[in-house]
Design a protein around this ligand. Sequence first.
Ligand code: AMP
Length: 132
Amino acid sequence: MATIFSKIAAGEIPSYKVAEDDRFFAFLDINPMVEGHTLVIPRKEVDYIFDLDDETYRGLTAFAKKVAEAIKRAIPCKRVGVAVLGMEVPHAHIHLVPLQKESDMDFRADKKQLTPERFKEIASAIAAEFKN
Ligand code: AMP
């Protein structure tokens, strides 16, 4: 059965898309720690990131780097933080989180509530800065 993230990458479930190519897809986390919190996934359905074949793993990190550069250009931040948890969704994904301060990356903190309009604005701003 396809994971929710496979359905998002296939366009079967809506998301706030940030970037895509034939192998990878990036979209806004629906429960963001801060504005611009983005998830990057391979279209290939593998649960644990370190079970990815080497080529896909390298491609995913290279794609995430380009997404992080777009986030940095679009969202005022000092750094874009990177995290992999995978405790919730069994489809490998990298969290990219624009950081002003260390505490911006806190997976236990209350998540930001954003309107659909704000999600769209943020996704468009990052997408406009993405260079494939
Ligand atoms: P984890 O698997 O622990 O890395 O957490 C999964 C992340 O996916 C969480 O930050 C969720 O907010 C996020 N998430 C789950 N479902 C969706 C969805 N449909 N669209 C966007 N983000 C999601």
